[in-house]
Design a protein around this ligand. Structure first.
Ligand SMILES: Cc1cc2nc3c(=O)[nH]c(=O)nc-3n(C[C@H](O)[C@H](O)[C@H](O)COP(=O)(O)OP(=O)(O)OC[C@H]3O[C@@H](n4cnc5c(N)ncnc54)[C@H](O)[C@@H]3O)c2cc1C
Length: 353
């Protein structure tokens, strides 16, 4: 059982900033995320895109923003359960909560902050009749550990940045990489498209376009994919492989959280925005893109603001009756849980002769 003060569901920008704000109040946080890495939409959907409306950053790449948030909260030593989806929540007699993931990991906390964004990201699966039979038997929708593909024959399907980037990366790891896309044109960074062209010319990536994977061959493991190519005349053939990785993007789903007894409106969790972003269940808060209230804006800076106010309310639940006096970090400094201390240089009394 993992125990913490605030259990945060979702390690996107809102969840990560919550760790910092909670740390200032000496509250410990643990984050659960269905994705294998922190950063939410910023790292999963648009890590290389510049954001222009983060206060004090005229321009910052979404991936760099995630790195900065991780750096800022590191001193408060957050725990992470990554690659697991929060599935169930059980309120205990003492008012605390136990949240269990789809892999059975249990987390216990007096306060739960749902920072689940648009929901947990589920892979968009291609419509191949027997694909479910081969999931985790050679078919993967997300590449978690590229080493798994060392010296293996890999077929990647897709026409976006993920398909391009992984084809490039795996061309140095796998024994054979085949990239299949239903159009001749790819939608991605120019650099990546040009790199794939270069690797194709060098014989390091086999490119099959315009084509689609329409079937999978194998017994208990993938042995080949059936490809339908539509150039001049339609033809079907098999490409032998050990892995088939369709990278058609991820679609967010509120998922299991929708069944937690929370008030839901238009696929978002209703909160009390006049006060502290608490939901209809005391002790459960919803912050960032996942919540809704009159005038709600799904912006990163709004998530930061909501996280800050929510932490004050969490402090009161965890320390009933104790008064917290807000101090500027310029005045109080920051005491990390890792023993570090940051503070502004102190004023000195010294005569000038
Ligand atoms: C292309 C694009 C461009 C954008 N540009 C801007 C911009 O310029 N400026 C701006 O302010 N905003 C922008 N946004 C919006 C911004 O990214 C979001 O407002 C922000 O990511 C919300 O942060 P969050 O932490 O609330 O949620 P998210 O970033 O969505 O993170 C939520 C996390 O929760 C996880 N999760 C959900 N449910 C579960 C569960 N049950 N168990 C485990 N994990 C779960 C998800 O896997 C996800 O990682 C953009 C969005 C997109 C898609």
């Amino acid at each position: 059982m993992i125990t913490t003060d605030i259990l945060i569901i979702g390690a996107g920008p809102t969840g990560l900033f919550t760790v910092f704000e909670a740390g200032l109040l000496k509250l410990k946080c643990h984050l659960i995320d269905a994705l294998p890495q922190p950063g939410g939409q910023c790292s999963e959907i648009y890590p290389k895109k510049p954001i222009y409306d983060i206060p004090a950053y005229p321009e910052i790449l979404a991936g760099d923003l995630t790195d900065k948030l991780l750096e800022q909260c590191k001193q408060f030593e957050p725990g992470f359960t990554l690659g697991e989806r929060a599935e169930t929540i059980d309120k205990q007699e003492d008012g605390t909560f136990i949240v269990t993931t789809n892999k059975g990991t249990k987390h216990h906390a007096p306060v739960v902050a749902i920072a689940g964004g648009l929901g947990s990201f589920e892979p968009r699966k291609p419509l191949i009749h027997n694909i479910a039979d081969f999931e985790d038997k050679g078919v993967e929708y997300i590449i978690k550990d590229p080493e798994m593909y060392r010296n293996k024959r890999v077929v990647i399907a897709g026409g976006g940045d993920s398909a391009l980037d992984w084809s490039i990366f795996l061309s140095d790891v796998a024994s054979e990489v085949t990239l299949i896309h239903r159009r001749n044109e790819f939608r991605g960074h120019l650099d990546s498209v040009e790199k794939v062209q270069e690797l194709k010319n060098a014989g390091k990536i086999n490119l099959i376009t315009p084509a689609e994977v329409v079937g999978i061959v194998g017994n208990d493991k993938v042995k080949a994919v059936v490809v339908k190519q539509a150039q001049h005349i339609e033809k079907e053939f098999e490409v032998e492989c050990d892995h088939f990785v369709p990278l058609f993007g991820l679609s967010p789903k509120l998922g299991p959280i929708a069944n937690w007894g929370l008030e839901i409106e238009k696929n978002a969790i209703k909160v009390n925005n006049a006060l502290d972003y608490q939901t209809n269940i005391p002790g459960i808060f919803a912050i960032g893109d996942v919540n809704t209230y009159p005038g709600k804006l799904k912006l990163i800076l709004c998530g930061f603001h909501e996280a800050t106010l929510m932490c004050q309310a969490a402090y009161q639940i965890i320390n009933p009756g104790k008064r917290y006096v807000l101090k500027y970090t310029t005045v109080s400094g920051v005491d990390g849980f890792d023993g570090t201390r940051k503070e502004a240089p102190k004023a000195v009394v010294k005569a000038i002769e």
